[in-house]
Design a protein around this ligand. Structure first.
Ligand code: HEC
Length: 359
């Protein structure tokens, strides 16, 4: 019976732990998917962050152009010494474009667009920024808009205020940004003849800032966060493995305790029956004992008969002791006999309180 119990419990044990492992595995898969989705989402966000940062940088570059251009336009152009690099602007048709200082230094007037061209060169040398002042209707043919700028300028006519996109220029990625240049009162001094009024779109400046610095920050951030996500993932996986292991141990313990209880219940039933039988046997044994004692007192001549009576008494004594022991059985000790496992009555008959209480 003891063996059968163990056999019966085995599949239960297995089912419980496999179910547990399945739940654990499902948990780990869910956690992995969650982390992957977060990584994917965060990577995208970091890329968008880099793009946004580049856009802000490009906007600042554009604003710088606007600032000094306003300053220049407010002065109606500014005079600078004529050099090889700064010859008089053939497209600037204003009186006193070229003048001379009392000491004989030749000065020429820089209109805002000329200044923009020179500052563009500086910006490229210093920061790798590319800028271009342009218009759909340029005075200077070299100021002609390229395809991207033409499309942007047409959008401005429709009321859009800014166009940005990532473009490849000379095999390098740039954030390209363009905003319109609106005709102000100060512009009319030179641009009135073309028919512009205040508020008209005179043209625009396109700027392009290199993406590499932003991309390298993005890659650095991504590396840090990937490491963090990996650690987080590992903690989750090891945490759930540990949790599963602990649960499994607990489950094993619970099954063991249940098994023990079942065993005890069964044993209690068997023992109760054995006790009942022993109680029943007590009466006949007493009678046999009494009778043998009476027979012993009789005068029996034949020594062989006396010997037999003594033998009967001994055996009945043994049986009496045995029944008492069975009545006293407390725990469950087995011994191996050729015919199989049996209860070891000798070892088992130590009266235990629990069994005494049950009676
Ligand atoms: C002092 C005269 C002067 C003033 C003031 C002036 N411009 Fe110009 N602008 C010119 C000349 C000349 C050109 C063409 C040659 C060149 O690129 O220098 C030009 C070119 C431009 C261009 C480039 C497209 C093209 O036509 O070649 C834009 C855009 C422009 N001006 C906008 C403005 C705006 C906006 C203002 C007012 C904030 C302004 N300008 C004020 C003289 C002036």
């Amino acid at each position: 019976m003891h063996n059968k119990n163990v056999k019966k419990n085995k599949p239960i044990k297995k089912n419980m732990s496999t179910a547990l492992w399945y739940y654990g595995l499902a948990g780990i898969i869910f956690w992995t998917v969650l982390v992957c989705v977060s990584v994917f989402w965060h990577q995208k966000a970091m890329h968008l962050g880099a793009v946004d940062a580049a856009r802000i940088e490009a906007r600042e570059a554009f604003q710088n152009h606007i600032t000094y251009r306003s300053w220049n336009a407010d002065h109606g152009g500014v005079y600078v010494p004529v050099t090889e690099h700064t010859p008089p602007n053939p497209y600037l048709d204003v009186p006193e474009r070229d003048i001379q200082t009392p000491s004989g230094v030749r000065l020429t007037k820089l209109n805002p667009a000329y200044m923009t061209r020179q500052i563009t060169e500086l910006g490229f040398k210093k920061f790798g920024y590319i800028s271009h002042i342009t218009s759909l209707n340029p005075i200077r043919p070299e100021n002609k808009a390229d395809v991207w700028e033409t499309a942007a300028l047409k959008q401005f006519e429709k009321g859009i205020e800014e166009i940005t996109s990532i473009e490849t220029i000379d095999q390098k990625e740039y954030m390209r940004l363009m905003k319109p240049l609106i005709t102000e009162k100060s512009c009319l001094e030179c641009h009135k003849e073309q028919g512009y009024k205040v508020g008209d779109i005179r043209g625009g400046i396109s700027v392009a800032v290199p993406m590499d610095a932003h991309y390298s920050i993005e890659i650095q951030n991504k590396r840090h966060f990937m490491l963090m996500y990996f650690l987080l993932w590992l903690i989750g996986v090891f945490g759930s493995l540990f949790f599963m292991f602990a649960l499994n141990q607990q489950e094993k313990k619970r099954i063991q305790v249940e098994e023990e209880l079942r065993k005890r219940d069964k044993l209690a039933g068997v023992i109760e029956m054995a006790r009942a039988v022993c109680h029943e046997l007590n009466q006949p044994l007493q009678t046999i004992m009494g009778n043998t004692e009476i027979l012993m007192m009789e005068d029996v001549d034949k020594p062989t008969i006396k010997k037999r009576i003594l033998q009967i008494k001994d055996q009945v004594d043994r049986m009496g002791k045995m029944t008492r022991k069975i009545i006293e059985i407390a725990n469950y000790e087995t011994k191996d006999l050729p015919q199989g496992k049996v209860i070891d009555i000798e070892k088992s008959s130590k009266p235990l309180e629990s069994f005494n209480k049950k009676e």
